[in-house]
Every structure is written in structure tokens, then in C-alpha cells.
Write a protein that binds this ligand. Sequence first.
Ligand code: TMO
Length: 314
Amino acid sequence: MHRRSGLLISAAVCAVSVGSAFAEDSSDPIIIPIHNWSSQIVMSNAVGQIFESMGNSVEFVSTDSQAVYESVRLGDATLEMEVWEGAFGASFRAAVEKGGIHEVATHDAITREDWWYPTWTKEACPGLPDWKALNECAALFATPETGDKGRFLGGPVDWLKHDQEKVDALGINFTVVNAGSAAALWAEIAAAEKDKTPIVLFNWTPNFAEAVWPGEFVEFPAWEEGCDKDPAVGPLPDKIYDCGNPAKGYMKIAAWDGMKDKWPKAYATLQKVNFTNAQIAEMAKLVDIDGMEPEDAASAWLEANEAVWKTWTE
Ligand code: TMO
């Protein structure tokens, strides 16, 4: 509580000088939240290091990937580098409606997050990627844990993918089991690869995984805005979540409304930040394949891509 009113006061003091072209950034740290998938951690470190190269002070905090929108709205965190439409669109929109957080920019990256399988799975279930074919093949995906139902391996629960709601709405013969971490997803694909066991799990793009395991997303009824709220939207008139996630989703950058006045230079840089699918997949690869620590991966990425980001600081 105390800290927040402090932030508000300094934002107000700063606002007085904003009209001048010489407004300086506050020496308070820019608070950058990090979550539980690699590209977000590396990208956040990269942008933090860019701010540091401009003389700013930066602090990283590990936060829940849904609750972060409330934190940014209140100014407890300053920005969010990866607002994925599929996983976070609802939480982001809800926070924007309450006020205090806004969209700064949209990355060039086009995103998709949904049920996915490595190519060998299709040999066992040739009707894929249609979800109805997946349903007919459910027994192929059964595990001791799921009995005669297929197992869908979901991501960590804070990604809130509503997989169980989708299973219930579409009447799919699957049980949702959530992995504890992103690393657990990759370990399961690698284990299944040994004897080409069929597997269907949560995955996304851009990600390093697409360069390692060719595969496809399951095609559910196409996402339509409101499918998660309005039973009338989607193919079944009385169900919500009777659809897949957006197949061409956005990835946005969000910030606390006070950032612009408190750190005007950093904010001007943030407005120019923009990553592509290939760049984001590369950031994840540096950690998930090459085994680098995220801060080292960020430094290596910045060093190899100076032409991409240097102009953002001018
Ligand atoms: C938010 N995520 C990229 C893990 O789907």
C-alpha cells in the first residue's frame, strides 16, 4: 500500500516536467515480471538489459502469468512483454477495463496455443488434425492414469487454457492432466519419441519445439470472439468453450499507465520493441536446447542482434 502511493506521488511530480523535452527517467527500478516459459524470460531480460544500457535501473520479479495484469494495472509491476491472446487475452482485457494498464505495441509475431501432436502421432491416427478423428482415436492416448480415456497433457494451470471446459463442451473422450512445468512437456515429447508413442499435449508457436519436433495443432471448431463467454457463439448453441484457441493470435506488450510519465525514455523505447516469430523461437532455443541461463541468453541474443534493437534506444 505504502509503496504504491509513493509511486503515484513520484509519477505526479514527474508529470510536471513531462512537457519539457528533457524529462529524465526516474532512478527507481523498472519492475519487469517474468513467468514460466523460456521466451518470455529471455525477452524480458533482453529488454531489461536494453533499459540498463540506457542508464535505467531494472528489477525482475517472478509472478503468476494471469495475476500479473492486476499487478501492472496497480503499478506494482511496470510492464508485460508477452501478452499472448490465447492464454492471457481475457485477463488482459479485464484489467484494461478496470483501468491503469494499456497496450503499448503489438509484436509482429503471430501466435497459436493449443492441443498439438508430433508428426508420428498422425501415423497412428490418420484422420488428424480434425478433432473428431482425435476423439475416435482416444484409446490410443490412454494411460494408466486416465483409464480408457485418452490423456491430454495440458500446461501448468496458470496458463488457464480451459482444456477441461473444452473437453466437456465438445464431449471429447479425454482426461486433462496438467504438467507442472514447460520442461515437463518437452520431457514427455522426448520420451514418446523413442518408440513413437502417440501423444497429444499443449504447445505453442513461436517456440523452439517446432524446430525439433515437426507436428501440427489439432483443428477444433474455429475460435470466434466470445466463444469463451457466450453459449450462442461457436457450433453448439448451449455451450461455452466449444471452439479452439485463436489460430492467428496476437502477442502484445502492455504497460502500467504511469510508466510513460515516470520513465519517459524507457517508455519511448518500449513503444518501438517488436519481435518476430523467428526471433522469439530463437530466444526460447538458447535456453531450452542450448541450456543457457536466461540472462546469458538475453545478452547473447542482444550481442548477435544489435542491428535489430539499437535503433529502439534512439
Ligand atoms: C503462454 N504460453 C506461450 C505458454 O502459451
